[in-house]
Design a protein around this ligand. Sequence first.
Ligand code: MG
Length: 282
Amino acid sequence: MKLLTCEYSGRTFAAVSDGARVWEAAPDMRALIEKLGGALPGAEFCTGEGIALADVKLLAPIPAPAQDVVCLGMNYVDHSAEAESWGGAAEFKKNAGKAVYFSKRAAYIIGPGDLIDGHFDIVDSLDYEAELAVVLGRDAYRVSEAEAKEYVLGYSVLNDISARNLQTAHKQFYFGKSLDTHTAMGPWIVTRDEFAWEPELPIRCYINGEKRQESNTRLEIYGAAHVIAELSAGMTLKAGTIIAMGTPAGVGMGFNPPKYLKSGDVIRCEIDGIGALENAVG
Ligand code: MG
């Protein structure tokens, strides 16, 4: 089942979809997650005629998350290797064997087709990162790896848009990762029961049709079970938490010379079984 947020007939609401039709389920995704109470949506949501999926405008599945996005850095071996070329991985080497976590402010998450503001007055190195997003359906505290699956609602595609000059100048990722419109997510959340645990899904990113990133989520160094267990050992991950699982090799910064984004570029992030997320730089 797909969970989505959409506009239809002048209203915005959260809905479930079978891929062909959409059934309104709650005023917004946070309310829908609360309504589900940790369960996955079933046929009880698909009563009545519904609306044709093609007739709704999709927004980010969680347009205004309650908290910042939890992000992993250097979580694919190949991306770690390319980061060596610009020295970005050096500071993490002393931390070898531990996941790299950081936070991405996302007061508003843009959805399919929304424009990315390049903030080119302060950004000279705008970059893209295609990632698997894991969305939690229940509050998680002291959850073991074996139990972690039951806390996952589903998965989406996330573009961790990054202002590299700010990311590197300010030592910590927070500012460089958090500019307005720099989190894109969609086109929906696909519930966890549609995939193996943990999901092993081809992931790709195209810039203006040119393939830049191609990998598989099974090549993540730390998977969702590890992350949920490790973080929840000491902090509560609230229902609705979005975890961005890191990006594979092929980001613009990894090329020599770098291939940064410019106005008019179209970024397409896709994960097989979930869908594609396309945004242009305004
Ligand atoms: Mg990232």
